[in-house]
Design a protein around this ligand. Structure first.
Ligand code: ADP
Ligand code: MG
Length: 322
C-alpha cells in the first residue's frame, strides 16, 4: 500500500541526508572502492550516488526496491551477526516511496546495464541502459509527493550541511574508499584512497591530526582504536566527535559519558574534546536495531563497555601528559 509505505518511509528518510546515508551504506556494502556523490539544492532536488561495487543483476533490480527485500541476511540467526551496514531491506523502498528514484546497475562481467524507475509507488519495467560496472542511484525531488513533509525540510544550505555530515561519517569509517562529494556541480570533497591517519587529517584538519593521540586498546573482545584530540590543542581545532561501533557512526549517551569522563579525569575541565574513535566488538554483544536510522545502539554489557572506553581514552591522554 503506497500510503503505508510513505508513512513508514518518513521514519527512515527524515531528510535528504538520511537518504544519502542509506545509499552510501549500500555502496560500501557492495564492496565499492570508489563512490561519487552529486547533490543539487542540498539534496532536495537531486541525490546521485555512483559506485563501482558488485552491482545488481537485472533480475534482482525490482526486488532491490521491494520493502523488506535484502540480500544481506537470510535468517533471524543472521540478524544476530549483522556484519553489513544495511540489513532491513527498507532503505531503497523507503526512498522510492517519497521521491522519483532511478536505479541503474551493471554487475562486473555483465554485458550491459539495466535501469528501473520507481515513481508514485509504481515500478516501471527494467530497460537497458548505458553504465559502467557498478551502480548508480538517482533520487530526485525528495518529498515531492508529500507536501506536508516537504514543508519541514530546511533551506538547501542546511540540508546540504546534513548531507555533508553524513558523507564525512562514512568517509571516516572507510578511508580505503575513494570518495567525492559535489554540490551544485562544485567539488566539496575529493578524497583519495587513504590510511585512517591520512583521512582523519583531511576531515578533522591537519592541526588535529598532528597533535592527536593515538588510541589503541584491547580487552575481553573489545577493541578501541583511532585518535583523541590532544588536551593541549586550542580552540582552533574543529569541534568534532566521531564514534563508530563496528563501522557504524553512533551518537550514544554511554559512549559520550565515558569519553568525557576520561578527559575530565586527566584535564579537570569539561571542554568538548574532539575525537575519531572506532570500537569493535562481537556483533552479538550490541543491538544496532534500536531505531530505523540506526544512530543509537544498545550494549549488552553496558557497564563493561563504559569502563573499557574510559580506560582506553584515559590511558592515551595520561601518557601524553607524562
Ligand atoms: P538493505 O541495505 O538493508 O539490504 P536496501 O533497500 O538498502 O536494503 O537495499 C536492498 C538491496 O539492494 C540490498 O540488499 C542489495 O542487494 C541491493 N543494493 C542496493 N544498493 C546497492 C548497490 N549500490 N550496489 C549493489 N547492490 C545494491
Ligand atoms: Mg541499505
Amino acid at each position: 500500500d503506497h500510503l503505508v509505505n510513505q508513512i513508514a518511509a518518513g521514519e527512515v528518510v527524515e531528510r535528504p541526508a538520511a537518504a544519502l546515508k542509506e545509499l552510501l551504506e549500500n555502496s560500501i556494502d557492495a564492496g565499492a572502492s570508489r563512490v561519487t556523490v552529486d547533490l543539487a539544492e542540498g539534496g532536495i532536488r537531486l541525490i546521485r550516488v555512483n559506485d563501482n561495487g558488485g552491482g545488481i543483476a537485472a533480475d534482482d533490480l525490482a526486488l532491490a526496491l521491494d520493502r523488506h527485500a535484502t540480500s544481506k541476511i537470510r535468517s533471524l540467526d543472521d540478524l544476530e551477526h549483522v556484519g553489513t551496514l544495511g540489513f532491513r531491506g527498507e532503505g531503497l523502498a523507503s526512498i522510492a516511496a517519497i521521491s522519483r528514484l532511478t536505479l541503474t546497475s551493471r554487475p562486473p562481467g555483465a554485458e550491459m546495464a539495466w535501469q528501473v524507475l520507481a515513481q508514485d509507488g509504481a515500478l516501471h519495467p527494467p530497460e537497458p541502459a548505458a553504465h559502467a560496472e557498478g551502480t548508480t542511484v538517482e533520487v530526485a525531488d525528495v518529498y515531492f509527493n508529500t507536501p506536508a513533509r516537504r514543508k519541514f525540510l530546511k533551506s538547501p544550505n542546511t540540508e546540504y550541511a546534513h548531507c555533508e555530515a553524513a558523507f564525512e561519517r562514512i568517509a571516516l569509517a572507510h578511508p580505503e574508499v575513494e570518495m567525492t562529494l559535489r554540490h551544485n556541480g562544485k567539488v566539496s570533497w575529493r578524497l583519495a584512497r587513504h590510511t585512517l591517519a591520512e583521512r582523519v587529517g583531511q576531515l578533522l584538519g591537519n592541526d588535529f591530526a598532528a597533535s592527536a593521540l593515538s588510541v589503541d586498546a584491547q580487552a575481553a573482545g573489545l577493541t578501541l582504536s583511532g585518535f583523541a584530540g590532544s588536551p593541549t590543542l586550542g580552540k582552533s581545532s574543529r569541534d568534532a566527535q566521531y564514534f563508530f561501533v563496528n563501522g557504524r557512526f553512533v551518537r550514544d549517551k554511554l559512549v559520550n559519558h565515558a569519553v568525557r569522563q576520561a578527559y575530565h579525569d586527566v584535564l579537570h575541565h569539561d571542554r568538548h574534546p574532539s575525537y575519531a574513535l572506532f570500537l569493535t566488538l562481537d556483533p552479538a554483544a550490541v543491538d544496532v536495531n534500536v531505531h530505523p536510522t540506526k544512530v543509537e545502539v544498545r550494549f549488552r554489557e553496558a557497564q563493561a563497555v563504559h569502563q573499557f572506553i574510559f580506560h582506553a581514552v584515559n590511558k592515551a591522554l595520561a601518557a601524553s601528559k607524562a
